[in-house]
Design a protein around this ligand. Structure first.
Ligand SMILES: *Cc1c(COP(=O)(O)O)cnc(C)c1O
Length: 476
């Protein structure tokens, strides 16, 4: 399998090359040259693999379709090491939980940081260690986080040979639980940098460092952001696992509703559907930051300015633009790299928007690719959390609540199970749960008292040179 840029660059790359790279040379995102097809016989084999050998074997078989530059035995071992009951809490790894009628929750948040990002990041950590070891190279990951991504990256990379993590976050702005999760890590290779500023200041610092090519090269700076193809690929697996658990035969279909921000999670659903997994609908759920809902309703994609980006109680979905969205648009445009480049490279940087409403391809988003969308607000989240607690005895987190709210509006056919992806556990967003239910959510035993553990964090003004100096000192 070779990989190409969705903006039309002529290069073709192997999996392990794009694993360690960010953007393609033309600023595009990597995608496989084609989507391997899963026919009826193969789906039956995957079903059997999941039931008899478990999630790790399912992951190995799906990843094998996309990765041919890691020996099969090694890839199998990496999957087996990643997807264990010990790390993810259950043997099923992503068990389904019944809510009502044919509405299900798929649990993706029982990994080390209690958010679905662990599903991909844990694999990425093992892939990085493997590939860097093979090449005899080092990588220094520099990132900016307002919560989930940073902690998932740190828990995936802690103690890994060849990798250091420098994670910036806005000082004092993450929840006490999130700060405790990150700052209590005592691993030598994990560096928390709390920036006196807001999330945008952190992101600006990361961009400035990445644009200093000499520095970037000398200190081998890399990223683990959501545009990494390996993360997306790892997420494809749990769409298969959800489907397999909700059905008995391959002639059945299911739909998924996905709480969305950067469009990484639901893009993996799109890839699974393109491979032939019998998915009826992919429902994109947004919060008040409804860039994606607006597109699927109107055909207009309009990036928001910072004044127009709301701080909400489902903060991991507070986006101004959706960084993985152009992968889907490339497919929507019939894989026309030049047009994708014109829209995302030129129109967006000039006008901050593009309009496909008059283009015949826009109708395909729903008709051919199964996309629908909806939006949820703070009041909807509170009502949905309360309703699920009262009727089902289930406490869901704020992001999952956005999903359940939108799923109920799109779940018309009782014969097609609707699976909502649970993207975090409620303990991560306890304040809003207290607001909805009047009591705090349950805390998993392993997180008892983490707020009281010693913290390992360096507080710094929002100054690029200070961050660079810190990296230099710690890369010796
Ligand atoms: C990252 C995240 C999302 C959004 O996922 P995307 O892949 O960016 O669409 C939703 N919910 C939670 C809890 C997250 O951490």
């Amino acid at each position: 399998m070779k990989y190409l840029s969705n903006r039309g660059h002529a290069d073709r790359k192997q999996f392990c090359d794009i694993l360690l790279e960010g953007l393609a040379p033309d600023g595009g995102l990597y995608l496989p040259e084609h989507y391997p097809q899963v026919d009826d016989a193969m789906l039956t084999r995957l079903r059997k693999a999941y039931h008899e050998q478990g999630y790790a074997e399912l992951a190995f078989q799906i990843l094998s379709l996309y990765i041919d530059d890691i020996p099969a035995a090694d890839l199998k071992a990496l999957c087996a090491k990643t997807y264990t009951a010990e790390v993810f809490g259950t043997g099923e790894i992503v068990p389904l939980r019944h809510l009502e009628n044919s509405l299900w929750l798929e649990a993706l948040s029982n990994g080390p940081t209690l958010a679905f990002k662990d599903m991909a990041m844990q694999l990425l950590g093992n892939l990085f260690e493997y590939e860097l070891g093979r090449r005899g190279e080092q990588l220094n990951i520099l990132g900016a986080t307002s919560g989930d991504t940073g902690s998932a990256a740190e828990y995936a990379m802690r103690g890994k040979a060849g990798v250091r993590v420098f994670m910036t976050s806005p000082h004092g702005r993450m929840s006490a639980f999130q700060q405790a999760q990150m700052f209590s890590l005592q691993d030598e290779n994990i560096h928390n940098i709390a920036i006196e500023g807001v999330f945008d200041d952190c992101q600006d610092i990361v961009k400035a460092v990445s644009n200093d090519h000499a520095f970037k090269h000398k200190y081998k700076i890399g990223t683990v952001n959501s545009i990494n193809w390996a993360r997306l690929l790892a997420q494809v697996v749990y769409y298969f696992a959800g489907y397999i658990q909700a059905t008995e035969t391959n002639d059945q279909k299911v739909s998924f509703t996905v709480p969305s921000g950067n469009f990484g999670n639901v893009c993996a659903g799109h890839v699974a559907r393109m491979m032939g997994l019998p998915i009826a609908k992919l429902v994109v759920a947004t919060n008040e930051n409804d860039v994606l809902d607006e597109f699927f309703r109107t055909g207009v994609y309009r990036v928001r300015g910072s004044a127009d980006t709301h701080e909400t109680s489902s903060p991991s979905m507070d986006i101004s633009k959706a960084s993985n969205f152009e992968r889907f648009v490339f497919d929507l445009l019939g894989r026309d790299g030049a047009r994708t480049k014109a829209l995302f490279g030129d129109a967006l940087s000039k006008d901050g928007r593009f309009d496909l409403s008059q283009d015949p391809c826009f109708a395909d988003a729903a008709a051919k690719y199964g996309f629908e969308s909806g939006k949820s607000t703070h009041a909807d989240r509170l009502a949905t959390i309360r309703d699920n607690y009262q009727r089902h005895g289930v406490t869901i987190d704020t992001h999952t609540a956005d999903g359940v709210k939108v799923a109920l509006e799109h779940h018309q056919d009782p014969n097609v199970p609707m699976i909502v992806l649970e993207t975090a556990l409620p303990i991560k967003f306890a304040e809003t749960i207290v607001e909805a239910l009047g009591h705090a959510p349950e805390r998993p035993a392993k997180f008892a008292g983490i707020e009281d553990l010693p913290k390992r964090v360096q507080v710094m003004p929002a100054d690029v040179d200070l961050v660079k100096a810190y990296i230099e000192r710690h890369c010796a």
